[in-house]
Write a protein that binds this ligand. Sequence first.
Ligand code: AMP
Ligand code: ZN
Length: 465
Amino acid sequence: MSRQVEDFVPLNPEQVSIYSCGPTVYDYIHMGNARTALVTDIIRRYLAYRGYNVKLVQNLTDIDDKIINRAAEVGVSAKQLAHENGEAFFEDSQRLGIHPADVHPKATEHIPEMISLIQTLLDKGAAYVIDGSVYYRVNQFAEYGKLSNRKPEDLLAGARVEVDERKEDPRDFDMWKAAKPGEPAWESPWGRGRPGWHIECSAMAMKHLGETIDIHAGGEDLLFPHHENEIAQSELATGCTFARYWVHVAFLKIDGTRMGKSEQNFILLRDALDNYPTEVIRHFLVSAHYRHPLDYNPESLTKSEGALRRLNNCLDALKKYEGQFEENGIETSSLQDAVQVMKSQFTAAMDTDFNTAQALGAIFTLVGEVNRSLSASNKAYAPALAQAYQALTETCEVLGIYNLDAQDSSNVEQHDQLVDLLLEIRQDARSRKDWDTSDKIRDRLKELNIEIQDTREGATWKIVS
Ligand code: AMP
Ligand code: ZN
């Protein structure tokens, strides 16, 4: 809000609260939505890395014009369409390595909270009813415009402001929409209807995180009017600051234009994930600071693929030194200094408004140092390599560009396939009555603690200790 980088001081030092505006679930999410969701995931991971306890709430807007219209187009109920796309959203997020939020509230499950917030605003004279719809009276909130810094005349230019002649002031916005025939609707003191988009986030944020939240995040398109209106509703109702810090993620673009559903230029996250590994997509998305636009193009993803190969090769070579921190009397190494420099540069970059681009720079500088160290003629110093391994895996885990578990599980899978292959070769040998080869495979596997059992259905194997 101050448009400056400020020291981060959470309201409650025990727990940082984050609210992130989630998707309107009328379709699969695209790479632009993924950028915003990933930034929240990284903020949360980094705060945890710095020792904070974090509570993250990310909503799902599951009732909206777009959902109603799309459901009518495809011939399913709005509820069914929102449910399917909500599930798809969780599946896609998980594939991108995004940890689930602590709470994923759905708008349709918070109607009583929204009604009660609207009632509070009506009681304070900050809202009025016209034909079963309830509008927020903007002129009652003197600070309206403080987030977007817009002058009154510019305040009309919001993308989602609807023209409605009945409003007292064109800036007023609806918090409750009177039911139209055939649309989903809920009972309320003003008649049947459904909530407006802005009231959903105010009610869900305050229900799950309290009247004041630490960090409120969303894409840059939400700054006005959505977040401005969330502030107006929440602060007038409670008299407290609604969010202490705002994070607005710049657009992911394609050919210089915002990636978006209405622009018809989007790449679905699930399609990107079919073509590139999770870590490559994450690397690409964090290669720019979140406040700068980023352009989606195949060349950038190819670059990320190359960078990930370099990182993985380096970590594969380092893995055997894991945990070997013991000094063993040999000379100390300049690599140890490089590890310390990387750690402090990484922290400095992330501390400065989560500058992931600079953080990546620090990581890859150390990768270069490690590679030089490993290929140097004098023997590399094991404790320094162990420290490098630890520092690289910890920092890469914050960005989610190195997944130890995935690495392990793919190794397990490959191991199993290799043993199956040996069993197949042994079966071929047995059908040729080549008992020597058959026994050799069995005995050598036994030495590796893998025991073969010949059954009537064929051979099976198990690991014995
Ligand atoms: P929507 O489903 O349109 O409400 O968007 C869900 C989230 O994705 C919101 O926080 C949007 O601001 C964000 N978003 C949409 N398009 C983009 C984009 N091209 N780049 C970054 N964030 C976006
Ligand atoms: Zn929102």
